[in-house]
Design a binder for this molecule. Structure first.
Ligand code: SAH
Ligand code: SF4
Ligand code: F3S
Length: 476
């Protein structure tokens, strides 16, 4: 076993160093193909949020450059990479489950290389478990040195040893990594990395480090290149996009960045996530309203409706200020759809606190809500708080919450029936090859009849049926 600590300082030449390693591996893989008539295959799985998925696109881009071909079957792969998440316990359990399964598989196919990366790998306890129980893993790296994949693979090939390369924190951002997009007409763009908020339940700041914004020029260049490549919709990613640009030498607000992106020709839709309610500014509301390409849907995670719980979560807003923000947003953009994240069962949550959450749900009227049962994350302040709520109480609240949420979502969606909207056709439905799925400007998921020629196009449709979590529409 070998520990490669932070040996190389990242400077401008870091990318070209990695390109060289990509080239070395490519030559080996080309030779393999020449000799066997087969290409080496990779299997890649992103197990976390949209940022994690976007990181995987970069990993896949590098693997593609190195001459690997993607496979959807783990059992066919020469190189398996799981990009892990640790935001809730079940995300971690899933990784261990997969590794247990791979252990058997690797007995029959010992040359398969297994790599793990991402948020979960930034935790010491996980590394200890891997070293002890999962010795069939070959390469382990974290969230700060993703771009080093080619070098780590090369070291592994040359030494045959297990590679652990976990950095604790990293300031710089390596630009211009190759990347494979899953859709040709829509793309994610990181505008910042890390998080400074330290919500008391959340592990993300510990595994993703402090907030770092990319330079606006780099973001604009990337979006222009995407537009030139046929991309119509972009999603700007950050743990808290509303604090974008505050730590740049020449600060630029997120609202200003949006205005600049709105000017880019070819881009037709701009989405972003996540917006922290504590600093959603009036400037941003104005900008969303003014910019025709900025979609009129907003993800505004409330987490809880109780001001006391919000205080203990360190969210820095109250129930009242959240509702006031929602009021302003709706006033500025009537018809905007709102989505949210809610945690049930934060330590000390009483029935009264829970009722406050239901009250917010009723008052706001979300079109989508991602609901989570509180998961204790070791190392976060909430993990050691008193009065952890009992599991059966949480489950009961969770069910009652869905009983309030789902009928409301259905009722709200009824307003959409009969409306004419533009849908960006995304893919053929998994259940019916004559049906396309896509999203309206307000993020509504829409199914309509059509063929693959529509994919990537904005299609006018009329909504004819509300199925609660999606709509049926007809082309007009
Ligand atoms: N930066 C984003 C969220 C990132 S994590 C934001 O602040 O909104 C995505 C969601 O996971 C969070 O909004 C929260 O609802 C949920 N989450 C985070 N930690 C959790 C935990 N320990 N238990 C349950 N849900 C959690
Ligand atoms: Fe986690 Fe809070 Fe940061 Fe979101 S804002 S990533 S919930 S600490
Ligand atoms: Fe995302 Fe999970 Fe990491 S939610 S930031 S992949 S812990």
């Amino acid at each position: 076993m070998r520990d490669t600590k932070k040996e190389i300082a990242v400077d401008e030449s870091e990318l070209s160093r990695q390109l060289e390693y990509m080239h070395i591996i490519r030559e080996k893989n080309d030779m393999f193909e020449h000799e066997t008539g087969k290409k080496k295959k990779f299997y890649s799985l992103a197990m976390g949020c949209q940022m994690n998925a976007h990181d995987s696109e970069k990993l896949e881009g590098m693997l593609d450059e190195m001459g690997y071909e993607r496979t959807e079957e783990e059992t066919e792969a020469d190189f398996v990479i799981y990009n892990t998440c640790c935001v809730r316990e079940n995300a971690e359990q899933k990784v261990y489950g997969k590794l247990g399964w791979l252990k058997h598989y690797k007995k029959d196919k010992p040359d398969t290389v297994i790599a793990l990366c991402g948020c979960m790998m930034q935790q010491d306890s996980v590394l200890q478990t891997l070293r002890k129980k999962y010795r069939h893993v070959d390469i382990v790296f974290g969230t700060y040195n993703l771009y080093k994949l080619p070098e780590l693979m090369n070291t592994r090939m040359e030494s045959g040893e297990t590679i652990y390369d976990i950095w604790q924190e990293h300031e710089e951002i390596v630009e211009d990594l190759p990347s494979i997009r899953h859709f040709h007409y829509k793309a994610s763009v990181n505008i910042m990395f890390g998080c400074n908020n330290f919500c008391t339940y959340c592990i993300v700041p510990y595994v993703r480090g402090r907030e770092r914004s990319r330079m606006p020029e780099d973001i604009l260049d990337e979006v222009k290149n995407l537009a030139a490549d046929g991309v119509k919709e972009i999603v700007l990613l950050g743990q808290n996009v509303n604090s974008y640009g505050k730590n740049l030498d020449e600060p630029v607000s997120f609202a200003k960045l949006l205005r600049m992106i709105n000017e880019i020709e070819g881009i037709e839709r701009i989405r972003f996530m996540t917006s922290h309610p504590k600093d959603l500014s009036d400037e941003l509301i104005e900008t969303m309203k003014d910019c025709d390409k900025v979609c009129k849907s907003l993800h505004l995670p409330v987490q809880s409706g109780s001001s006391e719980i919000l205080r203990r979560m360190n969210r820095n807003y109250t129930k009242e200020s959240y509702l006031e923000t929602v009021r302003k947003v709706k006033e500025a953009m009537p018809g905007i759809t709102l989505s949210t994240d809610i945690i049930v069962g934060f330590p000390g949550e009483t029935e009264e606190d829970f009722q406050e959450t239901l009250d917010v749900i009723r008052k706001v009227g979300y079109s989508t809500a991602y609901t989570f049962i509180y998961s204790k994350r070791t190392g976060t302040p909430a993990a050691t708080m008193e009065n952890q709520v009992e599991e059966n109480v949480i489950k009961d609240r969770f069910d009652r919450m869905l009983n309030v949420l789902n009928p409301m979502i259905h009722e709200l969606n009824e307003k959409m029936v009969g409306k004419e909207v533009m849908v960006l056709a995304e893919e053929i439905s998994k259940h019916n090859e004559n049906v396309l799925t896509g999203r309206a400007d307000n993020n509504a998921l829409v199914h309509f009849e059509g063929n693959k020629d529509f994919i990537g196009k904005l299609v006018p449709v009329r909504i004819i049926e509300n199925k609660t979590f999606y709509f049926i529409a007809e082309r007009i």
